[in-house]
Design a protein around this ligand. Structure first.
Ligand code: AMP
Length: 322
């Protein structure tokens, strides 16, 4: 049986090299074997203050970039265009308790020190559970930071099934083997993130070669000048380790062999990153001339999502007495 693979990306910033190596590449690698559903989680971008025009722009850019990164063999969709997500979310809010939502780390962290937050920051774990349960996946591969969400999803599915009847598949949480973790070039102990305020250490997928060169040239290294200065050691050489890992992820292990100076390392990283981004940027530019392809791909994707999810929502509604 084909495995169903589901992943959602939040449009809260421009996609980065970290997103490409840590998420889009493994997502593309799953396409030949799995039935893949990849979504842009625009509803999840509304839990904190947002600018409507900026959100629309980020969703459009992300849609074209997912195709440019080669994900158009998958079912691609924008979450808000598949209304079953919001519909099931409400039913799951009626299954969840405030005690368990109070314990969610993101609510505690983003709400800390504020008198009040958007109510959706409190309830979004129910939407996330809906995002998953609608597709009845057997396994949900997520990073450690998402463990709590998937555990809540399992709890809600089990409670719903016990209370109203067996509607949902209870997914298993799987922590995938450590994937590429790209760190910020300017603060190499922090993850390269798309929502960072200071962007000097963040490489974006649409950065032109000059911007890549400038950011890599300014990347933090260390004062080691020995013959084996170019080596990986996350604890004592986080900046250099990050550059070596980016190089290996972009150009293969052999590209890092024989490098002895940070200048040579940075030149190799720049070339490797520019080479990886080039075909994506070329396809992105082509799509700007053919916007109908993006629109049609996502419209087709939303339709397929509805085909798959409407029966699950209907079963949940019927079980609850609606
Ligand atoms: P985020 O951009 O944090 O919403 O994450 C979207 C996806 O990209 C998730 O699968 C993350 O694990 C992945 N991702 C984000 N930033 C990085 C990074 N710096 N290195 C590796 N993977 C990342």
């Amino acid at each position: 049986m084909t495995t169903r693979n589901l992943s959602l990306l939040k449009p809260t910033g421009h996609l980065t090299l970290g997103n490409l190596l840590g998420a889009l590449r493994p997502m593309a690698a799953a396409q030949p074997s799995d039935d893949c559903f990849y979504g842009i989680a625009d509803l999840h971008a509304l839990t904190i203050p947002h600018d409507p025009a900026a959100l629309r722009g980020l969703v459009a850019e992300m849609a074209a970039l997912l195709i440019a990164a080669g994900l158009d063999d998958s079912t691609l969709f924008v979450q808000s265009r598949v209304p079953t997500h919001a519909q099931l979310s409400y039913l799951l809010e009626c299954t969840a308790y405030t005690g368990e939502l109070n314990r969610m780390i993101q609510f505690k962290e983003k709400g800390r020190g504020r008198d009040s937050t958007r109510a959706s920051l409190y309830t979004y774990p129910a939407l996330m559970a809906a995002d998953i349960l609608l597709y009845r996946p057997d396994r949900v591969p997520v990073g450690e930071d998402q463990r709590q969400h998937v555990e809540l999803t399992r709890d809600l599915a089990i409670r719903f099934n016990n209370t109203y009847g067996p509607v949902f598949t209870v997914p298993e949480l799987v922590l995938p083997a450590a994937g590429a973790r790209v760190m910020d070039l300017a603060r190499p102990t922090e993850k390269m993130g798309k929502s960072h305020q200071d962007t000097s250490g963040v490489i974006y997928l649409l950065d032109p070669p000059d911007a890549v060169r400038r950011k890599v040239a300014r990347a933090v290294t260390d004062s080691d000048t020995g013959p084996d200065a170019v080596r990986s050691d996350r604890d004592t050489k986080p900046g250099v380790t990050n550059l070596v890992e980016i190089l290996v992820a972009c150009a293969g292990a052999e590209a890092a062999a024989g490098l002895t100076t940070y200048g040579a390392l940075k030149a190799a990283v720049t070339d490797a990153v520019v080479a990886v981004l080039k075909p994506i940027q070329r396809r992105y530019a082509d799509l700007a001339d053919d916007p109908a392809y993006v629109t049609e791909t996502f419209a087709r994707g939303a339709e397929r999502c509805l085909d798959v999810t409407v029966p699950v929502l209907s079963a949940a509604q019927a079980a609850m007495g609606l």
